[in-house]
Design a protein around this ligand. Structure first.
Ligand SMILES: [Zn+2]
Length: 93
């Protein structure tokens, strides 16, 4: 799926793949994963305010548009939270 060792490790287990002391350098998916597991992503999901998320993604993934970066973050979020946040009920939207 990915040729990045960190990403493959992360994909193999829910919360595996932290730490980048081994090569290769973290790829853009690694950066998106780090953001997805940060409070910034949690807050964006909880409050639906993406201001801080946009700023963080612009800083960590400057080569991607917000839509591209957010899609990668969403993928990792769903990997970590296959059932969503228990308190989150998608009542409308
Ligand atoms: Zn990676």
């Amino acid at each position: 799926m990915s040729d990045c060792r960190h990403c493959n490790q992360a994909l193999s287990g829910p919360m595996a793949g932290s730490g980048y002391k081994y090569p290769p350098q973290p790829c853009s998916n690694c950066m998106a994963r780090a953001v997805a597991r940060s409070m910034v992503a949690h807050d964006a999901v909880r409050t639906r305010d993406t201001t801080e998320l946009r700023e963080t993604l612009a800083r960590t993934l400057p080569g991607l548009t917000y839509e591209q970066a957010a899609a990668m973050v969403r993928k990792w979020w769903q990997h970590d939270h296959p059932n969503g946040i228990s308190k989150e009920q998608p009542s409308h939207g």
